[in-house]
Design a binder for this molecule. Sequence first.
Ligand SMILES: NC(=O)c1ccc[n+]([C@@H]2O[C@H](COP(=O)([O-])OP(=O)(O)OC[C@H]3O[C@@H](n4cnc5c(N)ncnc54)[C@H](OP(=O)(O)O)[C@@H]3O)[C@@H](O)[C@H]2O)c1
Length: 264
Amino acid sequence: MDMDLKNKTALVTGSTRGIGKAIAIELAKEGVNVLINGRNDEEVERTVKEIKLEFPDTVPQNATADIVDIQQREALFKKHPQIDILVNNMGIYEIMKYEEVDDEVWEKYIRTNVLSANGLSKFYLPKMIKNNFGRIIFIASEEAVMPSGQMPQYCMTKSMLLSLSKSLSKLTIGKEVTVNTIMPGPSLSENVQQIIERIYPNENMTFSEKEKEFMTTNLPQSEIQRFIKPTEIGRLTAFICSPYASAFKGSPIRMDGGMVPTIF
Ligand SMILES: NC(=O)c1ccc[n+]([C@@H]2O[C@H](COP(=O)([O-])OP(=O)(O)OC[C@H]3O[C@@H](n4cnc5c(N)ncnc54)[C@H](OP(=O)(O)O)[C@@H]3O)[C@@H](O)[C@H]2O)c1
């Protein structure tokens, strides 16, 4: 299906690896000019080159910035003042015991996972409304609606994104601008792959055996009993960006492999 996104411009935060990179690739596949973001300029350049090579008709660009840093965000706005699509993907996560989460950690998570995405949305949303086209997508998590108790500091920020997304959507009434949240379940980013390898250092096990073992032991509620592939989330994101998805307004969209047991 052609998503009718050719020549649109998209900023995907945290797109040098993991889910963000998969989203950038799926958008580039649709002819979107992607702005690649991360803090490491070499990684950003490498990703830009990789995407240019694979999708030569598109114009991927370097958008290196630590988006948690207000000054670096401002510099990014100067360099890329106009975009059609903003995918607020970047987010940090880590298993932590509630007792270990002090105020500094809470603040760090809110600044990193919520305020950075809010800062970008605040700048780009009015421009999208003025142009009468735009897409903002927040990448949350199934933990936004089903906190596991293993990372309270993370889950709270992901729940906050759902609320922010709905509030921003209310500003888009009557416009061809949408703001939505995608909630992936456990996904096989490089980061998650490394975590699994650390849990099962046994060299005689294949990765697929480790994945199966991890799922049976830790995530029996997953109905797919495998990690979600980042490309699956990338493809869904491209669809939500497309004009065919104009009726998704302020929606929480689950792609969690059946992790959340409730109907809604
Ligand atoms: N993986 C999962 O199982 C899963 C499940 C549900 C939801 N999610 C959500 O999906 C999103 C992506 O997860 P992931 O696992 O793909 O992440 P990841 O592998 O850790 O990717 C991190 C990306 O973000 C960039 N980054 C980190 N801090 C940054 C900052 N301050 N400014 C700009 N870029 C920054 C990294 O590049 P640099 O380090 O070079 O900056 C890299 O490109 C997150 O919001 C996460 O909460 C993930």
